[in-house]
Design a protein around this ligand. Structure first.
Ligand SMILES: Cc1cc2nc3c(=O)[nH]c(=O)nc-3n(C[C@H](O)[C@H](O)[C@H](O)COP(=O)(O)OP(=O)(O)OC[C@H]3O[C@@H](n4cnc5c(N)ncnc54)[C@H](O)[C@@H]3O)c2cc1C
Length: 425
């Protein structure tokens, strides 16, 4: 399939004496996207909308994508899984070729990707957004089999992990303890575990008010901590105990059959329901393709998101090392657009566009109680790292502000609506 540039763009490009590879980029260029989640779907939609002459192929094994955002509200019982499940027909209608398969190998030198089903795809530029892998065994006893008893709910897949955790909450007795194991940084969605605590508390308050939550944390501080703790004191007094690392909060071992969480200094906590969020790394395909360093994450150029280890491959979303930006869906969406625009510029032999990245992370603390953190980021002048724009960031104000909390819960709903439209066309 050949996509010709619009006449206006061709005229604009006329005085440019192009090398063959650049010329090819202007008339027919192949952008391959691996991963149809927050980074990948955003990239595919943005690429076709902004550069309709680009040939865009998206490789994603699942036919339906269940978002992590709002998964905690499914645990609370205020959303159904169907409300956070999205298909790929919109992207197809946009002109994206969607291939439901696993990418099983990347050859950056030959610009080729092998699929598990046997097909081989070639590309001019690759956008890779495969998300995270859970580091099975990083907590002793916590492997894939254990996650069927102690769900993580951190890579929702088809939603089964979220639904398992929800069912366990429904089945536990009133008066039981829900235990969470929360990892050290860096991990997917820094405020996510604390929104989860809040949403589990919201369910328990309504249905099992004698129950408790024990949150065992491998850190000593967390995102939006003051705001979360204010909300917990106001909405769920006496229900939540948060134990930081310096008070023996780090879980190092689990016994799934006995439903025991064991900490660094040997304290054994027997719980009714256990939600274990293990340490993480970039997804397997990024590691196997040699795109990650010893940290387990992929180093990238802060302007283009091109891998520092493999030219022609732009790694976006949670799999990369994002400097001070959080591993969030919003950041995956924002940086995916810069990666696509940079890929196109480089194919045209032009300089990548100036970059600015945005993040807003909303969290639900109660049903009509939302809080948020905001940041704006740019590559530094040397182009070596990303820095937060001075004076740009902020969090919701503290204090008893019911109207502000109610509005932020509504803003969160609007954010979810608009970002999922921006991903799935
Ligand atoms: C409970 C929870 C709540 C959250 N809430 C928020 C929130 O409110 N706001 C926010 O901004 N962020 C939130 N996040 C974070 C957000 O979900 C992630 O940051 C975001 O999903 C990262 O996007 P990604 O593209 O890197 O990965 P994903 O969105 O996970 O997409 C990766 C995709 O790649 C596919 N894939 C993997 N390997 C391959 C392969 N080999 N071949 C082909 N495809 C492959 C996967 O099937 C998957 O569909 C939350 C996360 C959690 C866990």
């Amino acid at each position: 399939m050949t996509h010709l540039l619009p006449r206006r763009a061709l005229l604009a490009a006329a005085p440019f004496v192009a090398a063959p590879s650049v010329l090819r980029a202007q008339t027919q260029a192949r952008l391959l996207v691996i991963g149809g989640g927050f980074g990948g779907a955003s990239a595919a939609n943005f690429a076709r909308r902004t550069y309709p002459w680009l040939e865009v192929t998206l490789v994603e094994p699942k036919r339906h994508f269940v978002t992590c955002p709002y998964g905690n509200l499914v645990l609370a019982g205020t959303r159904q899984i169907g409300q956070i499940t999205h298909g790929y027909d919109g992207l197809r209608a946009r002109g994206v070729r969607v291939v439901h398969d696993w990418a099983s190998g990347i050859d950056p030198a030959a610009r080729r990707v092998r699929l598990a089903g046997g097909e081989t795809l070639t590309y001019d530029r690759l956008i890779l957004s495969p998300g995270i892998a859970l580091r099975w065994g990083a907590i002793e006893g916590y492997d894939e089999a254990a996650s069927e008893i102690m769900p993580h709910g951190w890579v929702p897949g088809d939603g089964a992990q979220t639904l398992l955790l929800r069912r366990q909450l429904e089945e536990m007795p009133d008066g039981g303890v829900v235990g969470l194991a929360i990892p050290a940084n860096p991990f997917r969605c820094p405020p996510g575990p604390y929104e989860r605590i809040s949403m589990i508390a919201s369910y328990l308050k309504r249905h099992k008010p004698r129950s408790k939550i024990l949150a065992l944390d491998a850190k000593e501080a967390f995102s939006k901590q003051g705001l979360f703790q204010d909300g917990w004191a106001q909405l769920y007094p006496g229900m939540i105990e948060w134990v930081p690392a310096n008070r023996d909060g780090r879980v190092t071992r689990v016994d799934a059959r006995e439903r025991v969480l064991e900490t660094e200094f040997g304290t054994r906590h027997k719980v009714a329901v256990a939600n274990v969020i293990p340490p993480q790394s970039a997804a397997r395909i990024a590691i196997e393709a040699g795109l990650t360093d010893q940290s387990g994450w992929a180093p990238v150029n802060p302007l283009t998101f091109e891998s520092r280890l493999a030219p022609g491959v732009h790694v976006v979303g949670d799999a990369n090392i994002p400097g001070p930006m959080p591993k969030s869906g919003y950041v995956a969406n924002s940086t995916a657009k810069q990666a696509v625009a940079s890929a196109v510029a480089l194919l045209r032999g032009e300089a990548p566009p100036e970059a600015v990245y945005f993040n807003t992370c909303y969290s639900h603390v109660g049903e009509d109680y939302g809080i948020s953190i905001v940041g704006v980021f740019r590559p530094n002048a040397e182009g070596t790292a990303i820095a937060e724009v001075t004076g740009s960031g902020g969090v919701s104000p503290r204090g008893p502000l019911p109207e502000q909390r109610r509005l932020e819960a509504l803003h969160a709903d609007a954010w979810y609506e608009s970002i999922t439209k921006d991903m799935f066309a």
